[in-house]
Write a new protein. Structure first.
Length: 281
């Protein structure tokens, strides 16, 4: 204790009080006290180990910040699925390139199975996709950046606009417009199956803008994630929306990378930017 007070340049009573406060906050005894001094308990050793890890992380963070981000160079190969390209990639890529302007970024768009294949083969560093649909979970790590709830899009004159929420039963027999994108069809098909309902006539299109126009002009309703919603069609017609009454899992859009490999600095920085983007949403 005496050595600690000299090192910290504070009184012994202040150190003793600080230890008592810390032990009370942790709900654990860190020191065994006896006539000849103090020794760490098992809990004390555990706490000390974590404290050393925290101090090491702080040291590494200081070292990382000592290098100017705009001076970092290298390359980053990003894979992205068609749905994510238009509704998630631009904002995240803009944020990354403003911080790391000298990193050369290459983007490959393809369907999820091929993007997974390229990740596993090391041809891509990171990918943006619907992470809940990843199949090769043994080889790939991932986390969600956006969780998007499902909405029912309706023409302003639709009878269901009078309701606060819409159930699958309300849409049974209705004309429904679906987005002919593999990743969306994979996500929406189980929703109807779980509800044990089926729409009436189905209009399928590969264009989200076409879905908006069809809904706005009264051709039918649709169920799509919130991240895709815009209140106007290209023609300027308004679109209404209502939440689904059923409690269905949100669509999770995020990043994936190959596990078990040392990540490059541009890749590591991209993952950090993605986490920051997720916290800001």
């Amino acid at each position: 204790m005496a050595g600690a007070t000299v090192m910290l340049n504070i009184s012994q009573s202040a150190v003793t009080e600080a230890i008592k406060t810390l032990e009370a906050d942790l709900g654990a005894i860190l020191f065994e006290r006896h006539a000849r001094g103090m020794v760490l308990t098992h809990a004390g050793h555990q706490f000390l180990r974590h404290a050393h890890q925290i101090l090491e992380s702080v040291r590494e963070a200081k070292q990382a910040l000592s290098v100017r981000p705009d001076a970092l160079a290298g390359s980053l190969n990003i894979g992205v699925t068609p749905l994510v390209t238009g509704y998630f990639l631009p904002a995240l890529l803009d944020r990354y390139q403003r911080v790391f302007p000298k990193v050369s970024v290459n983007v490959v768009e393809d369907e999820r199975p091929h993007i997974e294949h390229l990740l596993v083969n090391g041809e891509l560093d990171v990918a943006l996709l619907i992470v809940s649909q990843i199949e090769n979970r043994q080889a790939l790590n991932s986390y969600a950046v956006i969780q998007s709830n499902w909405r029912v899009w309706l023409p302003v004159s639709h009878r269901l606009c009078a309701q606060e929420t819409v159930a699958f039963a309300d849409l049974e027999g209705e004309r429904v417009i679906t987005a002919k994108l593999e990743e969306l069809e994979v996500a929406t098909r189980p929703l109807w199956d779980d509800a044990r309902r089926q729409p009436g006539q189905v209009i399928r299109t590969a264009s989200i803008e076409a879905v908006r126009s069809l809904v706005a002009n009264g051709a039918g309703a649709t169920i799509l994630p919130d991240v895709l919603f815009r209140p106007w069609s290209l023609e300027g017609e308004r679109i209404e929306w209502r939440p689904l009454r059923e409690n269905v899992p949100a669509l999770e859009i995020g990043v994936a990378w190959r596990g078990g490999l040392k990540r490059s600095e541009p890749t590591e920085n991209f993952l950090v930017i993605a986490q920051e983007y997720a916290r800001m949403r």
